[in-house]
Write a protein that binds this ligand. Structure first.
Ligand code: NAD
Ligand code: ZN
Length: 357
């Protein structure tokens, strides 16, 4: 008998241009003894958004350094800093891209769970709920706002704290906040969403739940990145909803080849999630013929550079490391290629793919 996933979702969602202005009111009933901590993407230091944060009492803004994707050591040090300074806090509010939102989720969990965040990398290892947490995206595409994971690079692996305690209690989806994102970054993160859709819709785990969300998200991506000639408010609105729906789609299915290979790049070379997925998708004609061709049209139309030749000159050992990380993502391969995936995606074949990137 098949067992169906019973998944925990975000508790509250507010959507709309200017909905950020409701944050004070939303947080009011969540305030307890300690302060609210606003983890703000360091890009916004000194920008208008910083001055719009509704600080009360001893609330604190911490600038999230997202130069690198989140590490367990960074999560642990942020949580320790808050415990030392305040004992406990009322909540952690992440305002930024996927990296800042993931940091906020992880810091919230580490305010109440003992030890290091590295101890909880995996599935359902988190023991108790964290403190109240809210996510406010300033880039659209990762789906981190709706997911039950927070992707962290730890001492031995890059893996999420995947649990029912991980989803946000509240998300604030205000498309105005994404308006000034640089063209390349917006494209890379937007393509994360597009690739979620392709991998979900072309996967063997597909079901009507995932399909319904995935098709809508895909339609938005196609409209934004192929039909529109200039970026405007409509694009921000639609991409924010595409990110949400794309996240909901993979919540009940799985990602696939681009993500599995991209994780290998990211582990060895530190390649960021969005751009890494694009680098791989550029070479996936064999696995996603239509998706890869459409992706290339999107790249062309939006005038974006996709890095090439990033694996040139790597040693055999380095290729082995990437292959090990990638091939370890079993559910992703099974979703992409079916139960006999190991016969299809051999180590040799994967090496040849890495060599093309
Ligand atoms: P990001 O959060 O890493 O940010 C990329 C860059 O954009 C940073 O320099 C940041 O300062 C800047 N930035 C953010 N908002 C901006 C804005 N409005 N204007 C200008 N600059 C802005 O990028 P991302 O693609 O959103 O997130 C990638 C991260 O998300 C990775 O760490 C990845 O592992 C994670 N992720 C998590 C999930 C999940 O389910 N938890 C899913 C996919 C990806
Ligand atoms: Zn992704």
């Amino acid at each position: 008998m098949s067992k169906f996933r019973n998944f925990k979702m975000v508790d509250y969602v507010v959507y709309g241009r200017g909905s950020f202005n409701q944050l004070d009111e939303i947080l009011e009933p969540k305030r307890k003894a300690g302060p609210m901590i606003f983890l703000l993407d360091h890009y916004f230091k000194g920008k208008t958004l910083e001055s719009r944060i509704p600080l009360r009492r001893n609330d604190k803004v911490i600038f999230a350094d997202v130069t690198y994707e989140p590490k367990t050591t960074y999560v642990d040090s942020l949580a320790q800093q808050l415990k030392d300074e305040f004992g406990t806090v009322s909540g952690v509010i992440g305002i930024g891209g996927g990296s800042t939102m993931d940091l906020a989720k992880a810091v919230s969990l580490m305010m109440t769970n003992a030890g290091s965040s590295a101890d909880y990398q995996g599935w359902d290892l988190v023991k108790v709920p964290g403190v109240y947490k809210a996510g406010i995206p300033t880039l659209s595409g990762t789906g981190a706002e709706v997911s039950r994971t927070t992707v962290l690079t730890g001492p031995t692996r890059k893996l999420g704290m995947n649990s029912d305690f991980t989803p946000f209690d509240q998300i604030v989806l205000d498309p105005e906040l994404t308006a000034d994102a640089p063209v390349n970054q917006r494209f890379y993160t937007g393509m994360d969403c597009y690739i979620h859709c392709i991998e979900s819709l072309q996967g063997t785990y597909l079901n009507e739940f995932s399909k319904s969300y995935g098709e809508k998200a895909l339609e938005h991506c196609q409209y934004i990145f192929l039909q529109k000639d200039t970026w405007d408010a409509e694009c921000d609105d639609k991409l924010m909803m595409a990110s949400y729906a794309g996240g909901m789609s993979i919540a009940y299915s799985q990602v696939g080849v681009a993500h599995a290979v991209s994780y290998g790049l990211s582990y060895l070379l530190g390649t960021k999630h969005g751009v890494g997925n694009c680098i791989v998708m550029n070479h996936l004609d064999e696995y996603y013929p239509e998706g890869a061709a459409e992706f290339k049209r999107m790249v062309e139309k939006n005038g974006v550079e996709i890095p090439q030749g990033i694996c040139k000159g790597l040693s055999d050992d380095e290729f082995e490391t990437m292959i090990n990380v990638s091939i370890g993502m079993k559910p992703l391969w099974e979703n992409a290629l079916g139960p006999n995936w190991e016969k299809v995606m051999t180590r040799e074949k994967l090496r040849a793919l890495f060599e093309k990137l």
